[in-house]
Design a protein around this ligand. Structure first.
Ligand SMILES: Nc1nc2c(c(=O)[nH]1)N[C@H]1C(S)=C(S)[C@@H](COP(=O)(O)O)O[C@H]1N2
Ligand SMILES: [Mo]
Length: 330
């Protein structure tokens, strides 16, 4: 598919054509019809079959997943295999080993799901996830995810622009930041019985960061819903910041006036800041941030590449920080 857009940030809903996704689906359906198979084939499964994600959306999300807009984001990147993105995770609610989330996240029950909207906005309350996303067409965005631990992978997310959601609640002039919380329920998230982190997991963005067109509220990956270990049913993806900002399994969104406390900077403020922009020029106190291990890789193929300023999204986000000392505000 050919799209002529100067840069991804110029890409508004009206300029992304959903045609090729629709076409693929229609062609698939027609092929199926010809062979007599399409009638029994769920339409929402098609994208997932194409992308290696075997999960199917629940009834409540089927209308949203029935069509996913293709966008120019990450078209030149090679996505990690689904297998890699779902077996090498950070999700401390299920343990701190990279394989723990995949092993333990079965106890999470992501459907149905509510998000509570609170704070400095005209509209607040508890909303069903499907109602929050149904007015926006889901988009696929292939983004680089760069963990502060110096590994990275490319993931094809499915979601809606975070700003499009936040605007619906009409934040007022005191809404300078947006605060997010993960579910707190040790019966679903067993490692919350321990104190590896101060639960619930918390994150936050400045309001202009949240409204930036790159900020994504993801409800899926690889063409279908999020696996539990990747933050089902709904998470942030903030690709120019270290991965810990991309909070999983969100139940609360609060518009606030003061910079909120966030999990990793509460734990080690000298190591993890509020901003957490990917920055090869500012090392972690215990390791370099100049390079990263792009997954999948192995001992024989460590696949080490240079880390880019703002994870390569400078054009879209550098203006957010034009007056800031990013060494001080790491
Ligand atoms: N609730 C919650 N969100 C979280 C985390 C976590 O432990 N708990 N880990 C973060 C970190 S450090 C990273 S790198 C990404 C990893 O996302 P992935 O497992 O989908 O690759 O999730 C982030 N979101
Ligand atoms: Mo991370």
């Amino acid at each position: 598919m050919q799209i002529k857009i100067a840069k991804p940030s110029d890409c508004h809903e009206s300029t992304v054509t959903p045609k090729s996704v629709y076409l693929n689906r229609r062609q698939f359906m027609q092929a199926g019809l010809a062979s007599g198979a399409a009638l029994s084939f769920p339409v929402n499964a098609i994208a997932s079959v194409q992308n290696g994600n075997p999960l199917l959306p629940p009834e409540s999300l089927k209308p949203s997943f029935a069509s996913i807009i293709e966008t120019p984001f990450g078209k030149t990147e090679t996505s990690a295999p689904f297998e890699t993105a779902t077996t090498y995770n950070n999700f401390y609610e299920f343990g701190y080993g990279k394989g723990d989330p995949e092993k333990n996240a079965e106890s999470l029950k992501p459907y149905p799901w509510k998000i509570t909207i609170e704070g400095e906005a005209d509209i607040t309350g508890a909303f069903d996830l499907e109602d929050l996303i149904k007015d926006n067409q889901l988009e696929e965005r292939i983004y680089r995810l760069r963990c502060v631990e110096a590994w990275s992978m490319v993931v094809p997310w499915v979601g809606i622009p975070l700003g499009a959601l936040l605007k619906k609640f009409k934040p007022n002039s005191k809404a300078k930041y947006v605060y997010f919380e993960t579910l707190y329920d040790p019966s679903q998230m067993p490692a919350q019985n321990g104190n590896s982190l101060d639960w619930p997991y918390r994150e936050g963005l400045r309001i202009d960061e949240a409204m930036n067109s790159l900020s994504l509220l993801a409800v899926g990956m690889y063409g279908s819903i999020l696996p539990n270990q990747n933050g089902a049913p709904v998470r942030l993806v903030v690709p120019w910041k270290y991965g810990f900002k991309s909070i999983k399994s969100i139940v609360t969104i609060r518009f606030v006036e003061q910079m909120p406390q966030t999990t990793w900077s509460m734990l080690a403020p000298n190591e993890y800041g509020f901003y957490a922009n990917v920055n090869p020029g500012v090392d972690h106190p215990r390791w370099s941030q100049k390079q990263e291990r792009r997954l999948p890789g192995g001992l024989l193929f460590p696949n080490v590449i240079d880390t880019q300023m703002f994870n390569g999204y400078k054009e879209e986000v550098a203006s957010l920080y034009s007056n800031m000392n990013l060494t001080r505000f790491y």
